[in-house]
Design a protein around this ligand. Structure first.
Ligand code: UT7
Length: 338
């Protein structure tokens, strides 16, 4: 029997209309454009405002992204077999964001579920989606990654609020017998609660007047600690996956890193020895959209990609969760053809 691979056959994305720049940010908290650009590398971020979302949360962003994907790929909606949504900001604890997206798109033959692995969510979801395909059980699925980070950003905390933005993107994954697609993922999780978490709102610390007053429903981050782990763990993961597949730095067409801080991205590239022009960067105008960063990079860089390009994705997030995936890209420009 021929080996089945899981290949990306299309990318869709969406970022909300409102753009919050550093001048506006410096009127919200005590900061400056210079500090944010030098220490983080963000100039502007997209923010999902109430008047745009009209009561919906992350499902609004993901629905828009999937609508674009369906228009681009022109596949029959009845052939979509599953939708996986990687997000840390679901509309509700339940029902899942995936069920809202499936309902909005009218997919009649799909099942769906959410995956929560913070900023590494999309990396994990691609691996799960690819496994569904390479096992032979599904032929065509959609994997979404995205977050409504401003819904859990504390705009009284200058150490976190300039970092985050809102947005989502998605990929179509399909079965192929060609030698392309997601080859292997090296993924890890350990337990470091303190440096990066949201303290309340889950089953350990339920919402109460006290948790709201203490602003415990927002991102808490010890930036320096997370920074060090992010650089080390992402670099190690990229080196590991490259070693397993005998990829030298010249064999790598693109590194697609989680967009947490431009200094993290350049430090990882430096350690791997890959030049800056091979690293996808959009943090300057997208900021950190958590589960959205990797697919939003693909969405923006898709026209530059070529069939046969060796891509290495890498991400790091709360948990900690991290890893790297090796993918052989299957098409030139913005159109997949078998
Ligand atoms: O996506 C999940 C993974 N997350 C990450 O990978 C994020 C990792 N961490 C980071 O990106 C960085 O640590 C931050 C961007 C969060 C912070 O940058 P930093 O260079 O590590 O700054 P710092 O926390 O060491 O603070 C340096 C100084 C402090 O002042 P003092 O104590 O030296 O006087 C802060 O109070 O910068 C000050 N500061 C600011 N100043 C102006 C912190 N935030 C700001 C601000 N504007 N927004």
């Amino acid at each position: 029997m021929e080996k089945i691979n899981a290949v990306i056959t299309g990318v869709g994305g969406y970022v909300p209309k409102y753009i919050l720049d550093n001048d506006e940010m410096s009127r919200i908290v005590d900061t400056t454009d210079e500090w944010i650009m030098e220490r983080i590398g963000v100039k502007t971020r997209h923010i999902l405002r109430d008047e745009e979302r009209q009561g919906a949360g992350t499902s609004y962003l993901m629905t828009k992204a999937v609508e674009e994907l369906m228009a681009k790929t022109q596949v029959d909606p009845d052939t979509i077999e599953a939708v996986i949504c990687a997000t840390t900001t679901p509309d509700y604890h339940f029902p899942s964001t995936a069920s809202l997206v499936i309902g909005n798109l009218g997919f009649k033959h799909a099942f769906g579920f959410d995956m929560e692995a913070a900023c590494a969510g999309f990396l994990y979801a691609m691996e799960v989606g690819a496994s569904m395909i390479t096992s032979g059980r599904r032929k065509r699925i959609i994997v979404c990654g995205g977050d409504f980070m401003s819904s859990m950003t504390n705009y009284m905390d200058r150490t976190t609020c300039p970092i985050f933005g809102d947005g989502a993107a998605c990929v179509m994954m399909e079965a192929t017998t060609e030698d392309y697609g997601l080859i292997e993922s090296f993924l890890r999780t350990d337990s470091h609660f303190e440096p990066l978490h949201m303290a309340a709102g889950g089953s350990a610390k339920m919402p109460s007047h006290e948790t709201v007053d203490a602003r415990e429903h927002f991102v808490y981050q010890e930036g320096r600690t997370v920074f060090k782990y992010a650089v080390t763990d992402m670099s190690d993961a990229v080196e590991e996956i490259a070693k397993r597949h005998n990829l030298t730095k010249d064999d790598i067409a693109w590194i697609i890193p989680h967009q947490a801080n431009v200094r993290i991205e350049t430090a990882v590239a430096r350690r791997i020895g890959v030049p800056a022009e091979k690293v996808m960067i959009n943090i300057d105008h997208m900021a950190n959209t958590s589960g959205g960063t990797l697919p939003l990079c693909l969405w923006e860089y898709e026209p530059k990609l070529k069939r046969g390009d060796n891509l290495i994705f890498t991400a790091f997030g709360a948990g900690f969760t991290w890893g790297a995936s090796y993918m052989k890209w299957a098409y030139d420009g913005s159109k997949y053809s078998k």
